[in-house]
Design a binder for this molecule. Structure first.
Ligand SMILES: [Mn+2]
Length: 340
């Protein structure tokens, strides 16, 4: 018998929950992938680190009754992708170094770039088919990255399953670059790829604070995007507007079915110091919790999510702070699915 008040035991499942795949309502797809990460590598180790940090959480949720009864199952981390990621990271590190020093590509570099783009396509297809299979089993797929390139396939599956889906993106970056550093499926291109390869209705971006001119132009001319920049939100807070009001203003932009793509770097970097591309500014986790409560209160439905860019400490394997926060973010998002 599982007692949610007991000390959690590491049983291989997320949060030490006692559910199998066949019992599960929600299945977490871990994606150990960070091939296109340009700054700090390490988000490929995010799923394992979050899984290991997860049993220490307590299950009480002030807003969701018996939250632990939500039957969550964590799929085994797929070894094929772990190996593929390691292999390709050697190639991509070299390409990125050349690009950043302005060294022209040789024919071999071009071939390597092609190989990475092909593998990314293969990964997207794998995630898409996995998500579809979970839907077909009458369960809900959610995704834990990896870098922010990983959720394209699952967002595609959701956009086919749900009509008028909007994506709520919590992120420091707009991720609207077209083939960043030559990588078609870059972490920095995910929302461009979502807009061009799925039929989502709206993209609502929150917390964006590190962005280039081309992305600003993209946002201005694309009617499906609505961006709440970090500086706009913060200035309004400083001027006395409440977070409650701002959350209502965000919620009203969403369609009835909401998918959340949560890049951990949308939070204040003190909560994710080892993430791939940390940026000062951002949110407390409780502010995002409040935003999601407001969205549900406004009558909209949170149907699915991904959490990405969580990375363990590269220098100190005993420091599990990033993974700890990641596990709490995952728990928070999961609770919003149970409530539906
Ligand atoms: Mn991102």
């Amino acid at each position: 018998m599982f007692n949610p008040n007991d000390v959690a035991v590491f049983n291989g499942n997320i949060f030490g929950l006692p559910y199998t795949y066949s019992e599960a309502e929600t299945v977490i797809i871990p994606v150990p992938w960070d091939v296109t990460t340009s700054y700090h590598k390490g988000t490929a180790n995010g799923p394992k680190a979050v899984l290991e940090a997860s049993p220490q959480l307590d299950f009480y949720n002030a807003f969701v009754k018996n939250a632990w009864e939500h039957k969550l199952f964590f799929e085994p981390i797929n070894d094929y992708w772990v190996k593929k990621n390691q292999e390709l990271n050697k190639l991509s590190a070299d390409l990125i170094a050349k690009m950043e020093s302005g060294i022209p590509f040789t024919a071999e570099d071009e071939a390597n770039l092609n190989e990475i783009n092909k593998a990314s396509e293969e990964l997207n297809q794998f995630v898409y088919e996995k998500a579809q299979a979970i839907f077909e089993d009458g369960k809900k797929p959610v995704l834990l990255g990896g870098d922010h390139s990983t959720p394209l396939g699952i967002i595609k599956a959701y956009s086919e399953k749900y009509e008028e889906l909007s994506v709520l993106q919590i992120d420091a970056h707009a991720d609207l670059r077209i083939a960043y550093e030559g990588f078609k499926y870059s972490h920095a291109s995910i929302m461009h790829n979502v807009l061009s390869e799925t039929d989502i209705e709206m993209l609502i971006q929150v917390g964006i604070r590190d962005i280039c001119d081309d992305e600003i132009k993209y946002i201005e001319k694309e009617p499906r995007i609505n961006t709440f920049f970090d500086w706009e939100l913060k200035h309004q807070l400083y001027e006395g507007k409440t977070w409650d009001t701002l959350c209502s203003e965000i919620a009203v932009r969403l369609t009835d079915n909401v998918y959340i793509s949560f890049d951990i770097d949308g939070l204040d970097p003190k909560l994710c110091p080892n993430t791939g591309t940390p940026v000062p500014g951002g949110f407390e986790l409780e502010q995002i919790n409040y935003l999601l409560l407001k969205i549900v209160d406004s009558g909209k439905k949170i149907v699915g999510f991904d959490l990405n860019e969580v990375s363990p400490d590269r220098f100190n394997p005993n420091n599990d702070w990033d993974a700890n926060v990641g596990a709490r973010a995952l728990w928070m998002l999961s609770c919003f699915l149970k409530e539906q």
